[in-house]
Design a protein around this ligand. Structure first.
Ligand SMILES: NC(=O)c1ccc[n+]([C@@H]2O[C@H](COP(=O)([O-])OP(=O)(O)OC[C@H]3O[C@@H](n4cnc5c(N)ncnc54)[C@H](OP(=O)(O)O)[C@@H]3O)[C@@H](O)[C@H]2O)c1
Length: 339
């Protein structure tokens, strides 16, 4: 992918946040889930372009099925001298079908990514339930089970081992709820330093966000723009569109930004790490630039706090077990773990 926007290069300026273990994570990372829209080579091309234009944080996962292409890109960037390994922040995640073989799965990601350590490794979902890639929203795996804390702790023990083995610098969770996190914090030897979770202006999750901050666990916001190109299986009639919200549009007009960039700026100003996805050079650069320049005013921050619609987009219904009432069962909405 060729750049005609070299002048926008930001270099090493991207701010970092210190995690509870002292590691410093860049506040913007490039998402790499191409959904049904982009193939692995296109995404590896986006990684190449992003790193050449200042990104230092890449959010990967084995289930995105593009780690070996991204690994080739990272390796070439390092050999070419564009970036040093120690300046990059590379995240990967263990998929739901590998909760009983975390170390093996991490080693496979390391091999594919051509790295000897990961900066961050996450348990992608707190359930060992999985489905075929690209399946529709009604697909159910008959082996799916509700959350089981003993089983999760067996998975977490392997995560802790990865730190002890030096294969991973930091470990964290994704798609957790407060009741599940309470149990993990009680039993973990090495506590999670982040939780990756859906966050955008129409789904701010204030209770979980404030809980995590209070426990010194950094929220990483996924789908920060409201995932406008998410797969059909993740769409329902009631979903709302963040980048069309009049409050976001008005702030975008004042700051001369795209509404998507306002969503990113808002997330970082709120104290999140954000991981927007794009393969478009202009959008990739603009998403990084969005965190600098004139901030959203405190009055505008209050207005955005007022447009939360509690609109979860990534409901996770394909992970449901037999007997579950609906996707809400994955999210412990009444404050207790549903099983
Ligand atoms: N932990 C988890 O369970 C989990 C779940 C979901 C996602 N994630 C991670 O989070 C990342 C981001 O989430 P996401 O891809 O769902 O959603 P997103 O980042 O909210 O939205 C991505 C889409 O927004 C559009 N976009 C990006 N920048 C834009 C800009 N400046 N102006 C206008 N449109 C823009 C892109 O369109 P174009 O395609 O046209 O460029 C892209 O397809 C994923 O790639 C993945 O790494 C993690």
């Amino acid at each position: 992918m060729e750049s005609d926007i070299e002048n926008n290069r930001i270099g090493e300026d991207i701010p970092r946040i210190a995690l509870s273990n002292g590691e410093k994570i860049p506040v913007v990372g490039l998402g790499t889930f191409g959904s049904d829209n982009y193939n692995a080579n296109q995404i590896a091309g986006a990684v190449d372009f992003a790193v050449r234009n200042g990104y230092r944080h890449i959010d990967c996962a084995s289930v995105y099925m593009n780690e070996s292409e991204i690994g080739n890109t990272i390796s070439e960037l390092i050999i070419e001298g564009v970036v040093n390994r120690q300046d990059l922040w590379i995240t990967s995640k263990v998929w739901n079908d590998a909760h009983d073989k975390v170390i093996e799965s991490c080693k496979k990601s390391l091999k594919d990514l051509q790295l000897d350590y990961l900066d961050l490794y996450l348990v992608h979902w707190p359930f060992p339930n999985y489905h075929a890639p690209g399946c529709d929203g009604d697909a159910r795996n008959p082996d799916s089970r509700p959350y089981n804390h003993d089983a999760y702790m067996e998975t977490w023990r392997q995560m802790e081992q990865l730190v002890e083995m030096g294969l991973v610098k930091s470990i964290g969770t994704s798609n957790m709820t407060i009741p599940k996190m309470e149990l993990l914090l009680k039993d973990a030897k090495i506590k999670p330093v982040v939780n990756e979770m859906e966050i955008h202006p129409h789904f701010q999750q204030p209770e979980l966000f404030n809980y995590l901050v209070g426990k010194n666990i950094q929220p990483i916001g996924y789908s920060p723009i409201g995932s406008p190109k998410r797969p059909e299986r993740d769409r329902t009639e009631d979903d709302t569109v963040d980048i069309e919200d009049p409050v976001i549009v008005k702030i975008a007009e004042r700051l001369k930004l795209h509404p998507a960039e306002v969503c990113i700026k808002w997330g970082v100003q709120r104290g999140e790490v954000v991981i927007p996805f794009s393969v478009s050079p202009v959008k990739i650069v603009n998403n990084l630039k969005a965190v600098s320049g004139e901030p959203i005013s405190s009055e505008e921050m209050k207005q955005i706090a007022g447009i939360d619609k509690n609109c979860r987009l990534i409901k996770g219904q394909v992970f449901l077990w037999e007997g579950a009432k609906g996707w809400e069962d994955l999210w412990d909405l009444d404050g207790k773990i549903t099983n």
